[in-house]
Design a protein around this ligand. Structure first.
Ligand code: ADP
Length: 334
């Protein structure tokens, strides 16, 4: 079986965009690939954060992913595999300043920081070298495929370039060149402003929390913006498209088709569409929430299981580091 690697930052809540755009796909990939999924807490240190929230969010994300159907043996916490940081150092010496300066995410995120903090802006070097750590995450497990969205394409290309440079410098085809795995996943929009992607960074009303209260989820869907006033005649507005997209993502195709027919006939009532979407999302989320409570009731054991799976996965990373040390001329204990 081919290896798949993907990671998610522990940034707090998991929203419907994260679920339909990433996690649901991860769960499915487990059927056909050897999957390794990381909760990447080192990465979350690149933006301002608090120590206690980082640890809390890391475990929160682990529980969310398990509740969504990620198998515990496939899941690890990045900082429990410190070899990621070690390989990242080695690879950073093979990455140029110019390459990192061209990364659009660095430009976007440093701008975000500047906008928030003005004159006192502190842009850490971690944010700058973050794509190298990402390359280490991928290469350390010799991943064949990385499921990514278009926004991460540039970083994956950098990982491939770094792998190639490593192989060239040390005279061995050691690292394989990871391929992107573009799976058709929906892009979910903000219910409060459907001209934007659903995202946590925009604020609470812009995302629907997967594990939030059912009442709140229903309210957010019912008050979702359908008409932004900018849609051309005959075109479906982004807010309505988003509601249909959610129905499709929930797999309710019969309702999707019948409501779409109403839309084309000009008889669709948005309240009916919203009711159907709210029921579909609730139907999807409720079993996940039940699984989450079961896991939380057994917190200690679940945590121990993930510490163990991280230790198991670490063995693969340690093997890579032994070989990398050998190839790069670092000292060895033998
Ligand atoms: P956020 O900061 O909003 O939680 P991230 O940028 O951390 O989102 O993304 C985590 C994963 O979720 C990525 O794989 C990303 O492509 C996916 N994702 C995030 N937002 C959406 C969205 N609105 N629609 C589809 N996929 C999304």
């Amino acid at each position: 079986m081919k290896n798949v690697l993907s990671c998610i930052q522990p940034t707090g809540d998991l929203h419907l965009g994260n679920y339909f755009g990433a996690v649901q796909n991860w769960v499915r990939l487990q059927e056909n690939y050897q999957c390794t999924y990381g909760v990447v807490d080192y990465h979350s240190m690149t933006m301002p954060y608090k120590a206690e929230t980082l640890r809390e969010n890391t475990w929160k994300m682990v529980f969310y992913l398990l509740a969504c159907g990620i198998k515990p043996e496939n899941l690890f916490i990045q900082s429990l595999v410190p070899e990621h940081a070690e390989l990242s150092w080695v690879l950073s010496c093979l990455t140029s300043y110019g390459e990192l300066s061209r990364m659009t995410q660095f430009k976007d995120k440093s701008k975000q920081l500047e906008e928030k903090s003005g004159q006192d802006v502190f842009v850490g070097a971690g944010l700058f070298v973050y794509p190298v750590l990402q390359a280490a995450d991928i290469l350390i497990y010799h991943a064949d495929y990385v499921p990514i969205g278009k926004d991460q394409q540039q970083h994956l290309e950098l990982s491939r370039d770094i792998a190639q440079r490593f192989n060239h410098q040390f005279g061995k085809e050691y690292f394989i060149h990871p391929e992107p795995l573009f799976t058709e996943t929906p892009k979910i929009l903000s219910p409060a402003d459907p001209n934007k992607k659903m995202s946590k960074s925009l604020g609470e009303k812009h995302y629907i929390n997967l594990f939030g209260e059912e009442d709140r989820i229903r309210k957010q869907i019912k008050s979702a913006v359908t008409d932004t006033g900018e849609t051309k005649a005959g075109e479906m507005s982004p807010g309505v498209q988003n509601l249909f997209e959610l129905l499709r993502a929930c797999g309710h195709m019969a309702a999707f088709q019948s409501l779409m027919a109403d839309y084309h006939a000009g008889t669709l009532k948005y309240s009916d569409l919203k009711e159907e979407v709210a029921n579909s999302v609730a139907g999807l989320v409720n079993p996940l929430r039940e699984r989450l409570s079961t896991l939380q009731a057994d917190k200690r054991n679940v945590k121990a299981q993930i510490q163990e799976s991280s230790a198991e996965i670490r063995k693969r990373a340690q093997q890579t580091m032994r070989e990398v040390r050998e190839l790069t001329g670092l000292a060895s204990l033998k």
